[in-house]
Design a protein around this ligand. Structure first.
Ligand SMILES: O=C(O)CCC(=O)C(=O)O
Ligand SMILES: [Fe+2]
Length: 285
C-alpha cells in the first residue's frame, strides 16, 4: 500500500518541499490552527448555506458540469468573499515557502491560480482522475513545474466522506500511463491539515459514500506568473475589493507586473506602462 508522507506545518518547509518533489504529494499536518480554522469556517458557513449543489447547472461547459457533479456546494472566487482566506490562508508561510522553491525558479513571480471551496455532499462520485496542470495543455512537454495545488481539510477528511485521492509518484509517469486502483491513496487527515501536490500529480476528489456528511475542502493553487489563471481574479476580486487587501495578497492576485527583466525578459500585466500595484496602492487606480 502506497503512503503519503505526513509532515507537521511547524517543521522546516524544506522537508515539505523535499517530500513533495519526491512523491508528487505530501500531507501537511496542522496547517491551520484551531482558531484560524474556526474563523475561516464561520466565514464560509453562510456562503455554503446559500450555495445550490447543482450550481444552477451553470458551468463553463458540459464536461466541467460532469466533473463537479450535482452534489457539491461551491464557493468560488474566495479571495473576494473571505478576508481570512485573502489575508491569512492564500499567503500562508508554508505555501509561500513551498511555492518559492517549486515555482520561483521559472518565473519572476508566481500567482494564485484559483481559490475554490468544494463542499462535496453525500452521493458525490469520485472525480475523474486528472492532472490539474492540463489546463495548460498547450505548453509543450517536458516543461518545468507549472503549478502547486492543495486541498485543505476544513472538516476531518476520511476515505468514506471523499478525501482527495492521490497517486504518489505519478508526477514522473509518462502521459499515457494509466493509474491502477492500488496506486491511489486517500489523503485522510484531520480538519486543519492539507494535502499539497504538484500540477503533474494524478488525483481526484474522492467519492462521498456517507449518508449525511459534507466534505468541506479548500482547493487552492498557485501557478507561474506568466500563465493565464483558471479564475479571473481581476473580475472576481476587482480593484474596489483589492484595495482593501495587503500588498502580498495583491501580488498573488496578479495585480503586480510580472517583470522578467532580470532574467533577460520583458514585462507583463502593466497599466499605462506602470506596475498596477503602485497605481492601486497610491490611489491612482
Ligand atoms: O476536492 C478535491 O478533493 C479535489 C478537487 C480537484 O482536484 C479539482 O477540482 O481539480
Ligand atoms: Fe484537481
Amino acid at each position: 500500500m502506497v503512503e503519503l508522507a505526513r509532515i507537521k506545518a511547524s517543521e522546516p518547509a524544506e522537508e515539505i518541499t523535499t517530500a513533495l518533489i519526491e512523491d508528487g504529494a505530501v500531507i501537511v499536518e496542522g496547517l491551520l490552527d484551531a482558531d484560524l480554522l474556526d474563523r475561516f469556517n464561520r466565514e464560509l458557513d453562510p456562503l455554503l448555506a446559500a450555495a445550490d449543489p447543482t450550481h444552477g447547472g451553470h458551468f463553463v461547459n458540459d464536461t466541467i458540469a460532469w466533473f463537479f457533479g450535482a452534489h457539491t456546494r461551491h464557493v468560488t472566487g474566495v479571495t473576494a468573499k473571505s478576508p481570512i482566506f485573502a489575508t491569512k490562508i492564500m499567503t500562508h508561510p508554508v505555501y509561500r515557502a513551498v511555492a518559492d522553491a517549486v515555482l520561483l525558479p521559472n518565473c519572476a513571480r508566481y500567482q494564485l491560480n484559483l481559490a475554490h471551496v468544494l463542499d462535496r455532499g453525500p452521493g458525490s462520485e469520485r472525480q475523474y482522475l486528472h492532472r490539474d496542470e492540463l489546463v495548460w495543455v498547450h505548453v509543450p512537454r517536458p516543461h518545468p513545474d507549472l503549478q502547486l495545488a492543495s486541498v485543505i481539510a476544513l472538516v476531518d477528511f476520511t476515505a468514506d466522506n471523499g478525501a482527495t485521492v492521490v497517486a504518489p509518484g505519478s508526477h514522473r509517469w509518462p502521459p499515457e500511463r494509466q493509474v491502477r486502483e492500488d496506486e491511489l491513496v486517500p489523503a485522510e487527515m484531520p480538519a486543519g491539515s492539507a494535502v499539497i501536490y504538484l500540477g503533474s500529480t494524478i488525483h481526484a476528489g474522492g467519492a462521498n459514500t456517507t449518508a449525511s456528511e459534507w466534505r468541506r475542502g479548500m482547493h487552492q493553487s498557485y501557478c507561474l506568473g506568466w500563465l493565464r489563471t483558471e479564475e479571473n481574479h481581476y473580475l472576481t476580486t476587482p480593484p474596489d475589493v483589492a484595495r482593501t487587501l495587503p500588498r502580498q495578497s495583491l501580488e498573488l492576485l496578479g495585480y503586480a507586473a510580472h517583470d522578467a527583466l532580470a532574467d533577460g525578459g520583458g514585462y507583463l500585466g502593466v497599466v499605462e506602462l506602470v506596475d498596477p500595484i503602485d497605481l492601486l496602492t497610491d490611489g491612482r487606480l
